[in-house]
Design a protein around this ligand. Structure first.
Ligand code: 0X9
Ligand code: ZN
Length: 433
């Protein structure tokens, strides 16, 4: 008996855990009219374990909530008795998970002539993203006078490397280059985020479309990019639970796993402000400020590094957000942040007609303390700090189909380049004063 236990246990432990399935799970859009409506909605969330894909910001705003099939009748009954308007955004999450990565089998691949040869029209696992970065760094066929170097700036809780690529011009202009930092993948399930940072790496390193603004960008700035800041969560969302958000840390005293890295940053850290002290919640803030190794790595890297801009890519909702996320108050230099962000959202609209909402996180989205953007501005001294929430508005939410990767990335490129231009012009005025 002991023999079989000793020999079978490793087999059991090594067996891959089954993928969570979402058959019959629906995403509902719920419309409330009063504060009271939203308080009741919060109760329903706790009662039925609803996964809030979108939290309502103000009365007359809507919530997006994923409901498991076993709770559907009860939830609908309760919503009905509360007189809340409901419509179905996603009829079957599992079907969409299947089709969102299978819908472009016949589609032309997104490989750019004169580029790396990598197909950007798909979502990739973490190792494939790292391999792409290595390829770019080693490729001699990049744009003239453009170089790229790799740096492992730390290691995730489960030992995955947090790899950064720096893309820069080798031309010595006599003036020191300014610096922009871009990260993705802080939240595991927001797959468009790592995909879009990967796309930007391709664009900056090869400039396959010969875009003049990219040459201008690299003449002014060094760009530092990390596509996946939360690789453990990202991998888990591929292998087990598609809707995973947090990292994968084991929480002492709880069977629930993970901390929301975007509630864990040390500036104004406060679980009571849009986070949670409950390890079972998706917005668990951790045991204290920067309790997570992934947070610490970013904190250490940004602190004292002299970045001009910090941009963190998330999804979804189409927002261009600036601090603060912990208070309705605005930074003293909000006019500068707003104007540079305005250039970004205007360029996105010009490019593909899509509207992004621009404003401070607390004022246009919701209050949530401990975000990386607030840390970058409040503690690391980065003036232009933003969170970008990419496509879409809820039609697919986190399950943005692969066929929308390139359109989402192209408008991001347009927005980012216009933003960087506007920021540079502001900086010239400041210097010239
Ligand atoms: O809630 C978040 O962490 C972000 N939205 S998401 O849907 N991607 O989870 C928004 C963060 C905005 N910034 C701060 N609250 N500091
Ligand atoms: Zn996010």
């Amino acid at each position: 008996m002991l023999f079989s236990v000793v020999f079978l246990l490793p087999v059991v432990l090594c067996a891959p855990s089954p993928q969570d399935r979402y058959d019959g799970h629906k995403v509902l859009e719920i419309f409330g009219k009063t504060e009271e409506d939203f308080r009741k909605l919060l109760e329903l969330q706790l009662q039925f374990g609803l996964d809030m894909w979108k939290t309502p910001k103000h009365v007359n705003d809507s919530a997006h909530a994923m409901v498991a099939p076993e709770h559907l009748t009860n939830v609908l009954e309760q919503l009905n008795s509360l007189n809340l308007g409901v419509s179905t955004l996603i009829d079957d999450v599992q079907q969409l998970i299947h089709s969102s990565t299978k819908d472009n089998k016949k589609q032309a691949r997104a490989i750019f002539p004169g580029g790396s040869g990598h197909d950007h029209g798909r979502y990739y696992r973490h190792q494939a993203i790292l391999d792409f970065m290595t390829l770019v760094a080693n490729d001699a066929n990049k744009s003239p006078n453009v170089a790229a170097t790799l740096e492992t700036i730390g290691t995730s809780g489960q030992g995955r490397s947090l790899k950064l690529i720096k893309i820069f011009s080798t031309v010595n202009t006599g003036t020191p280059k300014r610096k922009i930092f871009i990260d993705g993948g802080i939240h595991a399930r927001e797959w468009i985020s790592p995909a879009s940072v990967k796309y930007l790496i391709e664009q900056f390193a090869y400039n396959p479309g010969n875009i003049a603004d990219i040459y201008t960008l690299l003449a002014r700035y060094e760009i530092y990019l990390i596509p996946v800041m939360n690789p453990d969560g990202y991998e888990f969302s591929h292998t087990n639970t598609r809707m995973w958000r947090k990292n994968r840390r084991t929480n002492t005293g709880s069977t629930c796993i993970g901390v929301d890295l975007n509630r864990n940053f040390p500036y104004q850290w406060n679980p009571a402000n849009g986070g949670s002290t409950n390890p079972c919640q998706d917005t668990y803030s951790g045991t204290g400020p920067a309790s997570e190794v992934e947070t610490q790595v970013l904190v250490n890297y940004l602190t004292g590094a002299g970045f001009d801009a910090y941009i963190t890519i998330h999804s979804y909702g189409q927002y261009w957000l600036y601090p603060w996320g912990f208070t309705t108050a605005l930074p003293a230099d909000v006019a500068d942040l707003h104007a540079a962000g305005q250039a970004g959202v205007d360029a996105i609209q010009d490019y593909g007609r899509l509207r992004y909402t621009l404003g401070s996180s607390t004022n246009v989205l919701y209050a949530a303390a401990g975000g990386s953007d607030d840390f970058a501005k409040g503690m690391a001294g980065v003036k232009y700090s933003y969170t970008l929430e990419l496509r879409d508005n809820g039609r697919y939410g986190f399950l943005l189909p692969e066929s929308e990767i390139i359109p989402a990335c192209e408008e991001l490129r347009a927005g980012f380049l216009a933003f960087a231009n506007a920021m540079y012009n502001q900086q010239q005025v400041i210097v010239g004063k």
